[in-house]
Ligand binder design. Sequence first.
Ligand code: GUN
Length: 317
Amino acid sequence: MSYRILDGRRVAETRLQRLRQELERWSGAEGHRRPFLAVILVGDHPASASYVRAKRRAAAEVGIDSETIHLPLDISEEELLGHIHRLNADAAVDGILVQLPLPEHINPDRVIAALDPAKDVDGFHPINVGRLVLGQPGFRPCTPAGIVELLRAYDIELSGRRVVILGRSHIVGLPLANLLLQRGMDATVTVCHSRTPNLAEITRTAEVLVVAIGRPRFVTAEMVCPGAVVIDVGINRLSDPTHPRGYVLVGDVDFEAVAPRTSAITPVPGGVGPMTIAMLLENTLHAAQRLYYPSAQLSNQPATTKAPLASAAAPSP
Ligand code: GUN
């Protein structure tokens, strides 16, 4: 069977070009400046460091300023929260991203909940998650949004389709399921995870199979229905001494075996990853534009003139 490669690099590049023009217009308008993204990176995890570099490089290319706040692996949770409070209150910062995963001793839920939801360009804050679930405007998590936009770019219909998601993470599986269930998206969604029995039986029912399970080449040909669309979210480093870098990147899908069975499939790298970055930068412009929190008294807006104190306003007796 012939299959299409869903080229996330190309689709993301087109979106980034459009974003660059939009940013030029927006940042050039009176009273505006270039958006600013603060990225918090804890420790030296090589994959996380490389994602952060890719995000900042793409930001610079479209006209978004950014800074990495690189913190030591043994930083305390309180110190990390202190950085977030400072960035929340900084009028020069539009978006804040905390690169995950965090070290074991730090509770990611506490850290994410400390973000100003109006600066939460990853869409991970409980308020943004709640807005997603309820179909209200808010920041959408970048990888799920990127998957939806990639499918849209290739005119792959989701309405009424059976979608199976492998993985229930807060970054991909869970928000993607909610996004696809929205009115207007109208997919029929099944979420599987590591404790789902008879996994292959379920994945074979998928017209669209999204794999975000974090295990290299986990999905094999027998798990895929002929003609399915397969979205591979995994990026795994497999050590390979013959490669100059010492490793190769592989997805959660055994691409060579699975691709010929599909009608369309994403490559790794060059599939979902670039779309995630494009969505992050679109979210950062939206944060600067106060698109989802127009009436909130944001911590990065100048305080409104305070009403005079009653005693000062009252006429003297
Ligand atoms: N780690 C893996 N994916 C992501 C992401 O989309 N955002 C953040 N902040 N961390 C991640």
